[in-house]
Design a protein around this ligand. Structure first.
Ligand code: SAH
Length: 337
């Protein structure tokens, strides 16, 4: 069993079922996650207990198959225990360092502007495989201040494992990030947005919107053919109001597709009464050469502002090493595949 797959509650059950004091779970969690030490360092546990844990659990991290670093952004290709590969990104913001984790091997969502969307989904990552990306990055590069659940895959297409990951990441006994330092991004899998309240840590929610027009959104995001914009917005609004949370709507500006004045007006009308802001993202190049960066970004921004909608431009990271939003792939030519 992979240790990092276990939430604190699961580990408490593990000890209870073996007739041991469940308080040992907290000791183990703190030592491994908070203090970054190993099983041998836990003097508070008897040799017998340590042997049992050692026999039952693996603490192995994924191995580094490749690493690129442009000084600001680092991208690691990590090999999982079954040989599958994922990518994980480190972003040095200046004020702190963030890590962007993948949640699936491949992705089933098929968004036309996204490199990961051109992959097939091979399988979900386990909670521990997501946790271990964070541990790998912090062992390799030091302190991490923020986790973005925005790498390869759709987190809400892997809800149970992502939920367990979030618990471990936020727990003060676990990776200790607290929800405020975790952001999850979804393309809009409505049934699981309805269940997000089960994740109690108060994380930030980002929703990839990319158009306020069903026709355009369905063309570029197949998920919209299943759950249309009205239903998505209604669900997100309910979540936001219930949890008093400000939502980030992500919006990639693509030339002449979703960056016109008309599209900006539609977006403003859609979100202006919500507790939200719009995160405007420059389009990053993928193999799909039909798309280009917008030249209308400032005018688009001004229309949102005119309607009182908060908007910011997302800072660009990692374009030179194909580590920017939408460029992750893990099966690309850069690795000779
Ligand atoms: N599946 C999740 C998280 C992964 S993508 C989601 O869809 O939200 C993280 C963000 O990068 C999303 O907002 C996604 O739409 C955006 N993105 C995808 N391709 C992009 C591209 N080529 N340029 C800029 N951003 C892109």
């Amino acid at each position: 069993m992979l240790f990092y797959d276990y939430t604190l509650e699961m580990l408490e059950n593990y000890f209870s079922q073996r007739g041991e004091n469940k308080a040992k779970a907290k000791i183990l969690f703190k030592t491994i996650y908070r203090n970054g030490l190993s099983l041998d360092d836990i003097t508070e546990l008897s040799e017998k207990t340590r042997k049992m844990i050692d026999g039952d659990f693996s603490f192995e991290l994924p191995s580094e198959a490749a690493l690129q670093d442009d000084g600001e952004t680092a991208k690691a290709l990590l090999k999982l225990s079954d040989g599958n590969m994922v990518e994980t990104v480190l972003m040095r913001h200046g004020y702190n360092t963030g890590v962007c984790v993948s949640t699936q091997v491949g992705c089933a969502m098929g968004c036309s502007f996204c490199q990961s969307g051109r992959l097939k989904k091979k399988r979900n990552l386990t909670a521990g495989e997501i946790v271990s990306q964070v541990i790998y990055m912090s062992k390799r590069f030091g302190d991490i201040g923020h986790i973005s659940v925005m790498g390869i895959g759709e987190p809400l297409d892997n809800f149970e494992n992502v939920k367990a990951f979030m618990e471990i990441a936020a727990s003060p006994y676990g990776l200790s990030f607290g929800g405020r330092h975790i952001t999850l991004s979804t393309c809009g899998v409505v049934p699981y947005i309805k269940r997000l309240g089960e994740i109690k840590c108060g994380f930030n929610l980002a929703v990839s919107l990319h158009s306020a027009d069903n026709e355009v959104r369905s063309e570029i995001m197949p998920v919209n053919r299943r759950w249309r914009i009205d239903e998505l917005i209604k669900t997100v609004k309910e979540y936001s109001e219930k949890n008093r949370q400000r939502i980030a709507f992500e919006y990639i500006l693509i030339d002449k597709l979703n960056d016109t004045a008309e599209q900006a007006e539609k977006l403003a009308a859609l979100v202006k009464d919500m507790n939200c802001f719009v995160n405007l993202i420059p389009y990053n190049a993928t193999d799909n050469s039909q798309y280009k960066r917008s030249e209308n970004a400032d005018a688009f921004f001004d229309i949102l502002k005119k309607h009182g909608v908060n908007a910011i431009f997302r800072r660009e990271f990692g374009g030179s090493i194909k580590a920017a939003c939408g460029q992750l792939c893990a099966e690309c030519a850069e690795y000779g595949q």
